[in-house]
Design a protein around this ligand. Structure first.
Ligand code: ATP
Length: 322
């Protein structure tokens, strides 16, 4: 049986589910509990290491954030958002689990699931594009994970193949919640105001690097609701088939211009018309005209797929990578 993993008591989890956790969390973890291995990667204000829990030998990724750097770069808010979202989301196969957080004088440590295959972007780049089978296989997992986070009142706002990690069993895990929007929940866990998504601006600082998946309403009106994640899903499906995202200019400015003018083309070679239909209905400038996550789930491309059968999504054999 899997080891019981302690997580600090979480205000977002209903009381009855916390008892187990409190019991297990009786001992706060620290750097001494882990044997640090190779560096896996580097972010703009973090370094990620492989690490083994000395007691149970379980392998994790530990994200180490330099306090000095975070303060200097004014990233405290984003680090807190990441921690709060991951705690609220708890455990879902398609989202990295945050098991422990601790700190010492110099650093903050986030102990998370390790994704040994790295980023989905690397896989797409290696293969050029993905087969229809592979695209559908990964997209089912991405959609199930996004549906779950939306149901918990979390809008990711920075979905892209770099933020989708892949495990050794070829299952995806969404990461990088630093730009997420956290909606208020009532005591029963229902989202209080689904429309309260334009009350706070998303500063440019949270979009380091690529701008290709940003929704037009964010660029034009600084507004970003659940629909902006669906825009990004449209961009990602396009990229699975074409190899590159639909909106890509020579500069960030030119990319933005293409996005707000909906300038994208399908290549001449064969792409199934159901796929084109799905993407075209996600890449709608007007957020209200965009397919919702439920409409995506019932789109023809997925046939009559039973989204309630989680084993079909998460325990199915991966198709040959091609
Ligand atoms: P930025 O903060 O600049 O947006 P980032 O989000 O990629 O960068 P990190 O989240 O610190 O920064 O990740 C740094 C690198 O480590 C990335 O290349 C990422 O693919 C890799 N990485 C992050 N988390 C994991 C994980 N859980 N398992 C495996 N690799 C990971």
């Amino acid at each position: 049986a899997p080891t019981q993993i302690p997580i600090a008591p979480n205000p977002d989890i209903p009381q009855q589910h916390q008892a187990q956790q409190v019991q297990a969390a009786s001992r706060k973890r620290s750097v001494q509990d882990f044997q640090f291995g190779n560096r896996i990667g580097e972010g703009s204000y973090s370094t990620v290491f492989k690490a083994t829990d000395i007691q149970n030998k379980k392998l994790y990724a530990i994200k180490v954030l330099s306090k000095k750097h975070i303060v200097k770069e004014k990233k405290i808010k984003y680090v807190n958002i990441e921690k709060t979202t991951l705690n609220r989301l708890g455990r879902h196969p398609g989202i990295v689990t945050l098991y422990y957080t601790f700190q010492d004088d110099a650093s903050l440590y986030f102990v998370i699931d390790i994704a040994e295959y790295g980023e989905l972007l690397t896989i797409i780049r290696k293969l050029g594009s993905l087969s229809e089978d592979c695209s559908k296989y990964y997209m089912k997992q991405i959609i199930d994970a996004v549906d779950f986070m939306h149901s918990k009142g979390i809008i990711h706002r920075d979905l892209k193949p770099e933020n989708i990690l892949v495990n050794t069993d070829m299952k995806i895990m969404i990461t990088d919640f630093g730009a997420a929007k956290i909606l208020d929940l009532d005591p029963q866990g229902n989202i209080i105001d689904k429309s309260s998504t334009n009350d706070e601006s998303l500063d440019k600082g949270s979009f380091v690097g690529t701008a290709e998946y940003v929704s037009p309403e964010l660029l034009k009106f600084n507004k970003c609701g659940f629909e902006c994640d669906l825009w990004a899903i449209g961009c990602i499906i396009y990229q699975f088939f074409v190899g590159l995202p639909p909106f890509k200019g020579k500069t960030e400015f030119l990319t933005f211009e293409k996005i707000v003018n909906l300038q994208y083309q399908w290549p001449n070679y064969y792409i199934p018309s159901t796929v084109k239909n799905l993407v075209d209905n996600l890449l709608k400038l007007e957020p209200k005209e965009r397919l919702t996550i439920k409409q995506v789930e019932s789109h023809n491309w997925f046939g009559n797929f039973n989204w309630d059968d989680k084993n079909l999504i998460w325990l199915t054999q991966p198709p040959k990578l091609e």
